[in-house]
Design a binder for this molecule. Structure first.
Ligand SMILES: Nc1ncnc2c1ncn2[C@@H]1O[C@H](COP(=O)(O)OP(=O)(O)O)[C@@H](O)[C@H]1O
Ligand SMILES: [Mg+2]
Length: 444
């Protein structure tokens, strides 16, 4: 039997620290797979442990199948947990490890059948009579999964179960977990800091930051319609380009978005979401452009809805099937605090004497508040001496291209921005556009 799990304005306080989890509300339907995603320390494990009953709920209510459950013991909740560190009993065989929860439940019954069918599901029948130390990391994690599912729990709670494994194995087991939970139809709450893992596994993804839930939506929707700049920046690789900008909405003449050295002119008549920008006149906003929203092509190739910019090539990251072109467009990148520890930005090549990393690091450390708008960079950062010897130290825009385009570092390239994929966030970080109806394929 699969459970409905509902958290209503749940908070957790450890001692005198600020709330580790702050008024967190989430309802998980029976059989649903929900991923808690966020940077390290944002409270994911704490939420999971409160659902499991391993951590007391300071405030708020937990309901299981609609019944208050704050005071149930972990055993009474009938859930199974899988952790990052496999936590197998080293002096028991794998068979005994998988059968252990069954034995706790009923020590007289013979559980051979159940243990073996569980092992078959996980492809580990052949190692049942060995000890955990005789297994590879992946096999050990399968045994841990087996121990969790042997009892056919009412819910799975998984806390970064794959993060100790190497990338290849992680992808493999990720697919297996998806298949297994679908087959068993068991409600699953899965914690990870890896956005790619969250996107590929979850029916819904719940994004957290600093103990606070930011958004719960389908993977498609968190990508296409992030409610705020933090979610936009946390989801997607390479990370969305975030630029500081100012809206210009003159009473007469065309509306445009000032990106520093260049402007994005908005085509007339204004689309409904661009009309929403009018009230931002003169105010700082943050423009978000995913790498697929910009292409390298001359203005003469513009399709309807595309507007021209230009950039100077900083460096090209060749990736085989595609290339990521790091450009400088003379704008100022917007920095979102809390992100940097979670996921390194696409690595940038350091330039001798530029000191780029140190400066960025210092600026980041200074960044406070929900969205930090940085001081203008020193003018020489964007001073271009000539096509062959640019003095730029940081790119502000990463664009995806085919792998065969030959680009010269320091050269100027024309860009076309697809305005249908233009994100604008207000000074507090909330998304202004696009509007939901502008995203095809989303039934919101
Ligand atoms: N047992 C504890 N005592 C005190 N503080 C804790 C304890 N467990 C977690 N915290 C704090 O609560 C916050 C959330 O932690 P956690 O839920 O482990 O985050 P995550 O799993 O997202 O990395 C962190 O600031 C962490 O330091
Ligand atoms: Mg954790």
């Amino acid at each position: 039997m699969s459970r409905a799990i509902s958290l209503r304005s749940v908070s957790k306080t450890y001692g005198r620290s600020p709330r580790a989890v702050d008024r967190f509300s989430l309802s998980v339907a029976p059989g649903e797979f929900v991923v808690l995603l966020g940077p390290s320390g944002c409270g994911k494990s704490t939420v999971l442990r409160m659902i499991a009953g391993l951590e007391e709920i300071t405030e708020g209510e937990l309901l299981l199948d609609g019944e208050p459950a704050n005071d149930l013991t972990p055993r009474e909740r009938g859930m199974a947990m899988v952790f990052q560190n496999f936590a197998l009993y080293p002096n028991m065989t794998n068979r005994a490890n998988i059968g252990f929860p069954l034995k706790l439940e009923n020590s007289r019954r013979d559980h051979t059948e159940r243990v073996e069918s569980t092992a078959r599901m996980l492809g580990i029948e052949s190692v049942l009579d060995r000890y955990p130390r005789q297994l590879s990391g992946g096999e050990r994690q399968r045994v841990a999964m087996g121990r969790a599912i042997s009892r056919r729990p009412s819910a799975f709670l998984m806390d970064e179960p794959l993060s100790n494994l190497d990338a290849k194995l992680r992808n493999h087991l990720r697919a297996e977990i998806a298949q297994l939970t679908t087959e068993l139809g068991v409600t699953t709450v899965y914690v990870t800091h890896d956005q790619a893992e969250a996107m590929s596994l979850g029916d819904r993804v719940a994004v957290m930051r600093g103990g606070v839930l930011q958004q719960v939506s389908s993977p498609r929707e968190v990508y296409a319609l992030p409610e705020n700049v933090f979610v936009a920046a946390f989801i997607g690789t390479p990370r969305i380009n975030l630029l500081q900008a100012v809206v210009h909405a003159p009473l007469e003449g065309r509306m445009s978005i000032d990106l520093g050295r260049q402007r994005l002119a908005l085509p007339e008549p204004l689309s409904p979401d661009h009309q929403l920008l009018r009230i931002q006149q003169g105010r700082p906003v943050i423009v978000g452009l995913r790498s697929e929203a910009v292409r390298i092509a001359p203005p003469s190739h513009a399709r309807p809805g595309e507007v021209a910019l230009s950039g100077i090539v900083e460096h090209v990251e060749y990736q085989g099937h595609e290339a990521l072109v790091h450009l400088n467009t003379g704008s100022r990148p917007a920095v979102v605090p809390d992100l940097e520890s979670a996921r390194p930005r696409t690595p940038q090549r350091r330039r001798a004497g530029g000191g780029g990393t140190g400066v960025l690091e210092r600026l980041r450390q200074r960044a406070t508040g929900s969205v930090a708008v940085l001081d203008p960079p020193a003018p020489e950062r964007y001073a271009v001496r000539g096509p062959d010897r640019p003095a730029v130290t940081a790119s502000d825009l990463v664009v995806r291209t085919g792998p065969d385009l030959r680009l010269r570092t320091g050269g100027q390239v024309p860009l076309l921005v697809d305005l249908a994929h233009l994100y604008v966030f207000d000074h507090s970080g909330r998304r202004i556009c696009p509007l939901p109806r502008d995203i095809p394929g989303l039934d919101v």
